[in-house]
Design a protein around this ligand. Structure first.
Ligand SMILES: Cc1cc2nc3c(=O)[nH]c(=O)nc-3n(C[C@H](O)[C@H](O)[C@H](O)COP(=O)(O)OP(=O)(O)OC[C@H]3O[C@@H](n4cnc5c(N)ncnc54)[C@H](O)[C@@H]3O)c2cc1C
Length: 408
């Protein structure tokens, strides 16, 4: 890491210590107790939504929130290598459960300004960007539907032209942030023939969630939690002016893929950072916990667990850094990003699992928060392109001769 990257990361940590951690601490049990975190429908309570908003706004005020965005939106275009390093370092430093608020510090394509906005009209940007860039308002990303998950070409949500408007009908599910979001980046079919031929036919819209016809049907709770952030949505005759369209008609999937480089490397960074947090806890514990007359750390099997975890962390980190460095050089990193995402998320899960095992019963106790780390890493096997689908595209590129096996 060079001097300038180090300085930015140090400043980010100092900011989070000063402004974000106190928000979480002030919330106390509301933040950590699932019974207070979620309401009876599984939606996060207003205190949590407000805390997330305050975290974003503080970050925007301090100049961090949009620092990876284009200069056009007040960002600094800081590059993907530093993007990866920021996520990794924050998730390592703060661990569970603080990363829930730390997550808000940097704008993502799920939430705020991002590369996709280069393709929005001036009119839409003028309307939406002030709220998004200050963190006051938040978006969500609606691609997945009940019958269209890994295979987005099965999409059914439809937008039909009506004068200068579009009428949108359909549904989405698993839309992160949607229960509380102000906008949805919504993908809808605008040309069925193109969709059937798998040649396009999907268009991207950015729609206020206050639009009549938008409804959060329910909130999905996952992995034993009492609630969640992922909504099941329906759209009934939702009238959307054409100014809310982003990018070219029928080229929506190209825009969805713009989030990929950032998204996959952010996933790699967050999971590796959390895995390192868990590994350091396991190292500390192994030194003090004694069995059979010796510290756990003196038993060969435990040493192997620690060593294997370190090997995976090192391999994952190098892989992600290589992909990010190539992205910053303008190279096409679709295959590298898929490999880094699949490898790092899997490796992180295995590392955290072994760290739980090293803790014995304490590994399962809620107080060590290792289960939260495991849940987070497990979810990333499915989010932003399941790992099977990453492998599918790696293999396809390999078989088409598009992968340079020297990886230079
Ligand atoms: C916590 C969470 C947050 C999410 N957030 C969002 C969001 O904000 N916005 C959004 O649009 N979506 C979101 N998703 C949805 C996510 O992108 C989908 O769950 C994912 O694309 C998989 O779709 P599916 O669940 O329908 O699985 P399916 O497509 O039904 O696949 C089921 C399983 O089969 C595997 N599979 C499918 N096809 C193949 C194949 N050809 N070869 C090998 N294996 C295959 C898949 O990898 C998966 O393991 C989120 C999901 C989760 C769990």
């Amino acid at each position: 890491m060079d001097e300038s990257d180090r300085r930015i990361i140090d400043n980010l940590h100092a900011f989070a210590d000063r402004e974000i951690v106190p928000i979480e601490e002030a919330l106390g049990a509301t933040f950590t107790n699932p019974r207070l975190h979620y309401d009876e429908t599984g939606k996060e309570t207003p205190a949590i939504t407000d805390a997330r908003r305050r975290a974003r706004m503080k970050s925007a005020e301090a100049g961090f929130y949009t620092m990876f965005c284009s200069k056009k939106f007040g960002g600094e275009d800081l590059g993907i290598r530093l993007w990866f390093l920021c996520w990794e370092s924050m998730f390592h430093r703060y661990g569970m459960p603080k990363t829930q608020l730390v997550y808000e510090i940097l704008s993502t394509f799920f939430s705020g300004p991002h590369e996709v906005w280069n393709h929005a009209s001036e009119e839409l940007r003028a309307e939406v960007m002030p709220g998004l860039a200050t963190g006051k308002l938040q978006g969500c990303f609606g691609l997945t539907e009940p019958d269209a998950g890994s295979d987005s070409w099965m999409m059914r949500t439809q937008a039909v032209r009506d004068g200068s408007d579009w009428i949108i009908n359909g549904s989405k599910q698993w839309t992160t942030n949607s229960p509380t979001a102000d906008f949805i980046m919504l993908y809808a079919v605008t040309d069925k023939a193109m969709l059937t031929a798998r040649k396009g036919g999907v268009t991207c819209f950015y729609v206020p969630t206050s639009t009549p016809g938008f409804k959060v049907e329910s909130v999905l709770s996952i992995l034993g939690e009492l609630g969640g952030n992922e909504g099941i949505l329906s759209f009934t005759d939702m009238r959307v002016p054409d100014k809310y369209r982003i990018g070219e008609l029928n080229r929506g999937f190209d825009l969805a893929m713009l989030g990929v480089r950032h998204g996959r490397l952010a996933n790699a960074g967050r999971t590796l950072g959390t895995a390192r947090w868990a590994l350091e806890k396991a190292i500390d514990y192994a030194k003090v916990r004694r069995t059979f007359g010796a510290a756990l750390a003196e038993h060969q099997t435990i040493q192997n667990y620690l060593a294997d975890a370190t090997i995976k962390l090192y391999a994952g980190r190098l892989m992600a850094l290589d992909a990010a460095t190539k992205a910053d050089l303008g190279r096409d990193i679709r295959t590298e990003a898929s490999m880094a995402k699949a490898f790092c998320t899997q490796a992180a899960f295995e590392i955290i699992d072994k760290c739980m095992q090293i803790h014995g019963g304490m590994g399962l106790a809620n107080e060590t928060k290792l289960y939260q780390a495991l849940h987070q890493a497990r979810a990333t096997h499915v989010t932003e392109g399941p790992n099977e689908i990453q492998r599918r595209s790696i293999a396809q590129n390999l078989l088409r001769g598009r992968v340079d096996l020297t990886f230079e």
